[in-house]
Design a protein around this ligand. Structure first.
Ligand code: GTP
Length: 203
């Protein structure tokens, strides 16, 4: 990860271990304008079509590069991990880490405890491809794949183009229900339905 360098990837600074708290920190370069999730939610910020297209273009360039490298996939692609720098360039961050965390979880070197790995919030699960979501819900292990990245790009593209949170346009969503819990239920339903289709297509 440290040796990976590209215009649309954030720079990984290094790891920092706090032996008093027994915590490990992943340190990345600061991007001054925050995440795409922040920008999309900022109603004071006008984003025209060219701007939106440029964001999508940057994300795709970053992913195409990662997929061609040894890292192979991002593994945690969501709009909060698409940072925007001073020049309005999108830099993907937090890439290439999930696979290592999974391996450690599988071998029980770390676990989900107060000091261990944080479980994914319902909001973060909205970007997870149905086939990976199904595994995660039953095993708490998050599989990663290039196909999973492409699914996440689709969710982010919709978020950018329509400036709305994933799944918030569902016909049966009322105003009070547009929260992460509701979103997660939608996502879960879709995962269960689509993973069946996926399995049969693979077969
Ligand atoms: N301005 C600015 N905000 C950042 C930067 N990095 C992260 N953030 C903000 O912090 C939020 C949380 O990011 P992280 O600290 O990476 O949190 P996390 O628990 O890893 O969650 P995810 O980013 O969703 O994986 C982002 O959604 C941004 O709003 C940065 O470089 N600059």
């Amino acid at each position: 990860v440290k040796m990976t360098s590209h215009d649309n990837l954030n720079t990984f600074v290094g790891l920092c271990y706090n032996n008093i708290k027994d915590e490990t920190y992943f340190m990345w370069k600061l991007c001054t304008r925050g995440s795409l999730q922040d920008l999309i939610a900022n109603d004071d910020l006008k984003l025209d079509t060219d701007f939106k297209a440029s964001f999508i273009h940057d994300i795709i360039r970053g992913i195409v590069f990662l997929h061609s490298m040894d890292i192979k996939e991002h593994g945690a692609l969501r709009s909060s991990n698409c940072l925007v720098d001073n020049h309005w360039t999108v830099k993907l961050t937090d890439f290439g880490i999930n696979r290592t965390i999974n391996d450690c979880l599988k071998h029980r070197e770390i676990d989900y405890t107060d000091n261990g790995v944080q479980e994914l919030t319902p909001q973060k699960l909205l970007y997870v491809a149905p086939e990976h979501l199904r595994t995660y819900l039953s095993t708490k292990i998050m599989e990663v794949s290039q196909a999973g990245d492409i699914y996440a790009i689709g969710i982010i593209m919709h978020e950018i183009l329509y400036r709305m949170e994933p799944y918030s346009e569902r016909e049966d969503a009322t105003e009070g229900e547009t929260n992460s819990h509701f979103h997660f239920q939608s996502c879960h339903e879709i995962a269960v339905m689509e993973s069946g289709d996926w399995d049969s297509r693979q077969g």
